[in-house]
Design a protein around this ligand. Structure first.
Ligand code: KG4
Ligand code: ZN
Length: 350
């Protein structure tokens, strides 16, 4: 069996993992910086870089140790090349290049968003795969994936693993960003997504109503806009300061999830795909998970959702996305540079 060491440092988690080339996770270590950044209400790039420097070596060591592997057992090193914060990406890349050079292992450059997609195709060695047959070699292509993270909101169509056509994307805020901003408006804390999600569970989604943004241009019928929704929440909160935060969260969440699902399900119909995947930090959202599963089933389609722990940034998903590249021997040179604005989309053969 071949083992891939994955390294992820694109934002505020220093992460390393060992995954075998069938998609089983042997270790998945995450050193989170959230406690530091939350004092500032968001990620401070300079601080993130410094904390990655402090944590990277120990995180990689722990990943190898927990997997009971040494560098001799590792067949390739996969690292996030982008998108993300430049100073943060550089730390993971430097660590990966150094290990690849010293131990003479191939380096695999991974797009962070493709990593999120592959959170669907890896699973813990002990618990097994959530869906047998869902491994990379057998990914049921074509499939559609809704990627919803802090920086991106995008629907991609994958005719095969590694080839992605963007069929819809946000024209302003990402879904996670909207969640974080609503949490800031309501002074709930950071990161806001999980806090809004939790509070929304005890609120009444029909106590008030926010309207959905629709983008009517035919060439962008599956695009999203979340900036207006965020402003509506701000205006409502200012106008009705006595309104229950739980109701505001529930109504916001209902609208945001409806917008995400409407476009995703319409795209699934147009492209006639049977399998709809969910990926990215917002995939941890309870309402989104539940509603996507139910609505897809109504259309006769199957929704696939990563395990909760694999939705937010981690390195197992990065190693997972490297498996098809390992099989095709798509290796990177040691001179690769960070790509902070690397888009995942058509023409990008990853
Ligand atoms: O994918 P991710 O870990 O980092 C990026 O690549 O951006 O996503 C982080 C985003 C944050 O905006 C966070 O608030 C959001 O995912 N998030 C959630 C939930 N858990 C995390 N949003 C809604 N509901 C959640 N349960
Ligand atoms: Zn992410």
């Amino acid at each position: 069996m071949d083992y891939i060491l994955g390294i992820e440092t694109s934002c505020d988690e220093t992460a390393a993992a060992v995954v075998d080339t069938s998609g089983l996770i042997y270790s998945n270590i995450i050193a989170s910086q959230i406690d530091t950044h939350k004092d500032y209400g968001g990620v401070i790039p300079e601080l993130a870089s410094r904390l990655h420097v402090e944590a990277i070596n120990i995180t990689i060591e722990q990943a190898l140790q927990k997997a009971a592997k040494t560098m001799t057992d590792i067949s390739a090193i996969a690292v996030t090349q982008g998108p993300g914060l430049l100073g943060a990406l550089l730390i993971g890349l430097q660590a990966a290049k150094t290990l690849a050079y010293i131990h003479q292992k191939p380096l695999i450059a991974v797009n962070h968003l493709e990593g999120h997609i592959f959170a669907n195709f890896v699973a813990d060695k002990h618990t097994g795969l959530p869906e047998p047959g869902g491994r990379p070699a057998q990914a049921p292509c074509p499939f559609l994936c809704l990627i919803v993270s802090g920086g991106h909101t995008q629907i991609v169509l994958a005719p095969e693993a590694g080839v992605y056509q963007t069929v819809g994307q946000t024209i302003d805020d990402a879904a996670g960003e909207a969640y974080d901003k609503v949490a800031r408006i309501l002074q709930l804390g950071y990161p806001g997504g999980p806090l809004v999600d939790r509070l929304a569970q005890s609120g009444n989604p029909d106590a008030l109503k926010f309207s959905k943004a629709r983008i009517r241009a035919p060439e962008s019928e599956f695009d999203f806009s979340f900036s207006g929704l965020k402003t509506s929440v701000l205006n409502y909160h200012r106008k009705y300061p006595e309104a229950k935060p739980a109701d505001i969260c529930a109504a916001f969440q209902k609208t945001a999830v409806d917008m995400l699902l409407e476009n995703t399900l319409a795209a699934a119909e147009l492209y006639n795909v049977q399998h709809i995947y969910l990926a990215g930090g917002v995939a941890a959202n309870h309402t989104l998970r539940r509603t996507l599963t139910a609505e897809s089933a109504k259309q006769g389609r199957q929704a696939h959702i990563p395990e909760l722990a694999l939705c937010t940034d981690n390195a197992a998903m990065i190693a997972g996305a490297a498996i098809h590249k390992w099989q095709k021997k798509e290796f990177a040179g040691l001179n690769i540079q960070a790509r902070p604005g690397w888009e995942l989309g058509y023409g990008t053969r990853l």
